[in-house]
Write a protein of this length. Structure first.
Length: 272
């Protein structure tokens, strides 16, 4: 099995040896290399888990501000298992960030991961309900009761990281859920609740925060039983290897972690 362990932030100078980037300050986080004489350059294509939208866009913007020679062709967001399937079937990306180690392992098993992935963030589930929590949900038992009595509760499909986590927390709570639908990514679950097409669902804490006042998040004790780790990796079909590696390192740098935390993501140290 592929070992996916949290890594310390690595100075860009160490990764881009010979590229002339500035040295790292005490503490190990990369110093800003904006204005460096030989900043990396190249184009990157990133595949990222749906729950990372839009923070990967924000991270890409911050990275290019430091490295004007870098451009991002696009960031493709979808369920991690869907992205893994696309890559195995021949899609191109330089960097992959999934919401679970299992999806990353699928890509690694196909020989498409260059080096060891780095866990860049963690996340946990919340019950998402419309603003005001009209059904008064306070626990997974309440959520299961709602689904059993005709309420529309949506969750991710089991092969998607948010679905696997949902199954794990429901098992821990000892309750059975009868979902109205099984979605292929967490964004679809959130969309159904915000649009009034569902009464509740299970999504990541970060998705509730992203939705703003349209919804509320309900904490439940069992969420700690399924902490999602987000590994990031450079892929073998990479256009600009040094740039791709520098971007992955940026995700675990002080600035990268600050941007992720602002969107509700917890640090890699919370991975089990």
């Amino acid at each position: 099995m592929l070992a996916v362990a949290p890594v310390l932030a690595v100075a860009l100078a160490a990764v881009l040896a010979g590229c002339g980037s500035s040295s790292a300050p005490a503490g190990g986080a990369p110093a800003s290399s904006a204005g460096a004489g030989h900043a990396p350059g190249g184009e990157l294509t990133v595949f990222a888990a749906a729950s990372l939208e839009p923070v990967i866009d924000e991270l890409a913007a911050a990275f290019t501000a430091q490295h004007p020679g870098v451009t991002f062709a696009r960031v493709t967001y979808d369920g991690s298992s869907t992205l893994a399937t696309q890559l195995v079937e021949g899609a191109h990306a330089d960097v992959l960030v999934t919401a679970d180690p299992a999806s990353m392992q699928t890509v690694a098993d196909a020989g498409l991961v260059d080096g060891e992935p780095a866990v860049v963030a963690t996340n946990t589930l919340q019950i998402v309900v419309p603003a005001g929590n009209p059904d008064g949900l306070t626990s997974l038992a309440d959520l299961a009761a709602l689904s059993a009595h005709g309420g529309k509760v949506v969750v991710c499909a089991a092969q998607v990281p948010c679905g696997a986590s949902a199954a794990s927390v429901l098992e821990s709570a000892g309750v059975t859920l009868v979902p109205a639908s099984l979605e292929q990514n967490v964004t679809a679950v959130l969309t159904k609740v915000t649009a009034g097409e569902a009464d509740a669902g299970l999504v990541y804490r970060t998705d509730v925060l992203k939705a703003g006042d349209a919804v509320e998040g309900v904490d439940f004790t069992e969420s700690s039983e399924a902490v999602n780790a987000y590994p990031a990796a450079v892929l073998t079909d990479v256009t600009a290897p040094a740039v791709a590696r520098a971007f992955v390192d940026f995700l675990v740098s002080r600035e990268g972690q600050t941007l992720l935390a602002a969107r509700g993501f917890a640090p890699p140290s919370e991975a089990g």
